[in-house]
Structure formats: C-alpha cells, structure tokens
Design a protein around this ligand. Structure first.
Ligand code: HSE
Length: 407
C-alpha cells in the first residue's frame, strides 16, 4: 500500500481523491499495489464530506508522517506551495503538481532537489490539463530536435472565444460560465490576459530545449481586447481567432509568444473548440504530431495528476530524469519575427493609397453593418516593419495571423 497526501481540497484536489476512488481497482493493478489518500491539507473543514476525517490544517502533519511517500500539490499559486513542496522533497517525499505558476517559477530547482534525493517532481497536469504532453516531451520525443510547439493552452479563453465566435455571446457572461464550470483560475486575469498560457509555453519550451525560459520574457497579449467585430471580419476571411502560445526555432534562435492569432481552416488548431486544448509539435525527424483533449476541468486535470502519482509510486527510489537546467535560454527578439497581420483601419476602401504606401500589397475586407472602417491582411513582414508602418495609418486594431506551423 502506497500512502499519499493531497495539498488543497479544491476542484483538482477533490478530483484526485475521486479518480483514485473511482478507478481504484484498475489503478492498483497498474501500480502493483493500492494507493491510499492518507491526509488532505486544507485551511477549511468539510463537515459534510467523508474527506473530513483525513483533513489536516498543518503541513507538518504531512511532512512528519513517514508513511506518506508522495505529496500531491494542487493548491495553485507560488506560495505557500513552493515552501510546502520543498519541505516535502527535503523529507524524502516525491511531489506531483498541477501548479504551472510553481513549475514555471521554480521548475529546475525542484527537479534538481528531487534528483539529488532519488525522488521525483512531476507536473503533467501543469500544461494541457488532462492531455499528456510533459511525459511525451520528456520520454517519447527524445529522438527529435523540437522545431515548433504551438498550442491552444488555456481552456477558459478557448471556451470564451468559441462561445463569442459561434453564439455571439457576451464576454462577461461566458467568463462566468467558465468559472462556474471550474475551468478558470482563481484570478481570471491570469486566463484572459494570457499569463496562464504564457507560463505553460514557458514550461514546454524549457523542456523542449533543456534550459530555462523565463515566462516574464515571453511577449504576451490576452483576449480582453478582442471584439465581436473582430469575429465578423475573421468569419468573412474564413479565419477563427484563437489564443495561441507558440515557440519555434529559426536560424538557431528560439522565439516565443502568447497572443490572439487568426488561423485559417487548414490550420491544425482550427477545430480545437470550447474548453479543449490542442498542442501541435513539430520535430525535425518525426514531423508533425498533435495532442488534443480536455485542457481544464476537475477530472481531466486530476487524471493527469494521478498518472504522475502512479509514476512516482512505480519509480520509488529512482529518479525519472527530466532535462531542464537553470541555464537561461535567450529568446530571439520579437521584433524580428515574420508573419502576416490582419488590420482594422478607420476610413473607406477609397483610402487605400496610404495603406499600400506603407504595407505594399494587401487583401482588403469589409463586413456588412460595420461602418466607417475596413480591414486588410498584410503580406509577411517583420513585427518591427509592421509597427513602423502602423504608425502612419489610423489603425483601430490588429491581430496576428499564424502560419508558422506550415513552414
Ligand atoms: N485556468 C486554466 C485553463 C486551468 O483555463 O486552462 C487549466 O490549467
């Protein structure tokens, strides 16, 4: 019998307990022994839930319990999670977490601590919810040089964008729905401003290249400025708007960004809708591979956490190597990135001369019912060239167009 503790009895924590109970028999068979949740740390009490008999309020009750081999950290946020995870590793316990803020901020240090002690620090659920992506990057794609990782990595914003696009729903209403469904972060700003997706692409990029990408260095835009008019233009062009988190290697440099992009129907992420996430990976020998599934939510995320628990129990006394050093990976300059842009500009199609002077050939688009402005799509240009040209026109907004996955 392997005994574990769960830190945090929120959406994911209760999901972990539920998954271990629902699939008790099949999990026991795969591990070769039973897994029992011995303690659950939470500041709250749950008098109407049988979990109450396992609730503890002091982390030391878990740290000092020599029967507990694995600690599941699903509290979210960097502190006190970081302190608790360090304590657990120092006490000889492996740790599994769904906490991308913790992993993005301290991943290499916690991996090193685990390695020194022949323990494991695992974080499958920190990216892509229930989708296996960390383990594939660490263990399955090891023959490849990774060229491109482009993903829809935030379920909440994908849910919002899908509902706004398909149903014309109001942003605030859909955000509330996503929160009620347990998809959103405690502070929804982390979702809608792109910070959550940015941390996830920082983790994936760090794993792909084995050194640290600081999420603060990744250019990030959220979806809060996307409007219903943008969706109408996108529809007319045959595009959809998605929040993409992307990193790719070009001429020896790694570029990374999180931002809303327009993508066309042949793009592999075009049909990734609702709370689903999709992660496209291109390897130099493998070619393309796609990971697709539930990117958030109680049971999918818990499924990924429990898969880590299984791995930790099976590898007791052995560190499963994850290459992610403290060495910093210097990112290429965003200004040098090359792509097309969709632009909304004040005026009418009669005003094209100025546009062409600054952007060269463009494809124009108008939408019935949207007056006093029009849209156009540029040819490929650098971000720097775009920014310079945009200064000379009455631009309303712009959305990047992603085609990197085809190049
Ligand atoms: N808030 C996150 C999302 C949860 O919506 O994707 C899963 O990381």
């Amino acid at each position: 019998m392997a005994k574990i503790a769960v830190l945090g009895y929120g959406t994911v924590g209760s999901g972990v307990v539920e998954v271990l109970s629902t699939n008790h028999d099949s999990i026991s068979k795969r591990v070769g022994q039973e897994i029992e949740v011995k303690s659950v740390l939470d500041i709250r009490d749950f008098p109407d839930d049988p979990i109450q008999e396992k609730i503890v309020h002091n982390i030391d009750d878990i740290i000092n319990d020599s029967e507990i081999d694995v600690v599941v950290e699903v509290m979210g946020g960097v502190e006190p999670a970081f302190t608790f995870v360090k304590k657990a590793l120092e006490a000889g316990k492996s740790v599994c977490t769904s906490n991308k803020a913790l992993v993005a901020a301290h991943g290499p240090q916690l991996l090193a601590m685990a390695k020194e002690r022949k323990l494991n620090f695992m974080f499958e659920a920190s990216v892509g919810g229930g989708i296996p992506i960390i383990r594939p990057l660490n263990q399955s794609l090891t023959a490849d040089e990774i060229i491109n990782i482009t993903g829809i990595l935030n379920g909440t914003t994908n849910y919002i964008l899908t509902k706004m696009s398909n149903e014309g729903s109001d942003y605030e209403v859909v955000l509330k729905e996503a929160q009620d469904l347990g998809y959103a972060e405690r502070n929804p700003e982390a979702d809608v401003e792109g910070f959550d997706a940015c941390r996830k692409i920082a983790i994936l990029t760090s794993l792909a290249y084995g050194s640290t990408v600081h999420f603060e260095e990744i250019y990030t835009e959220g979806i809060s400025n996307i409007t219903t008019q943008d969706f109408k233009y996108a529809q007319k062009l045959g595009y959809v708007v998605k929040l993409l988190a992307t990193s790719y290697k070009k001429d020896g440099k790694v570029y990374a960004m999180t931002a809303p992009f327009m993508i066309e129907s042949s793009h592999p992420l075009y049909n990734v809708n609702d709370v689903l996430n999709g992660i496209y990976v291109n390897g130099n020998v493998l070619g393309n591979v796609m990971f697709f599934g539930a990117g958030a939510g109680k049971l999918p995320t818990a499924s990924a956490v429990v898969s880590d628990v299984v791995d930790c129990v099976k590898h007791k006394g052995t560190n499963v190597m994850t290459v992610w050093s403290n060495k910093e990976l210097e990112l290429g300059n965003t200004e040098d990135e090359v792509r097309s842009f969709f632009v909304r500009v004040k005026g009418s199609l009669d005003d094209l001369t100025k546009i062409k002077e600054n952007f060269g050939n463009v494809k124009t688009v108008t939408v019935d019912g949207i007056e006093g402005e029009f849209g156009f799509v540029t040819e490929e240009m650098t971000e720097k060239e775009f920014a310079e040209a945009a200064k000379n026109i009455p631009m309303i907004s712009r959305i990047r167009i992603d085609k990197t996955v085809f190049s």
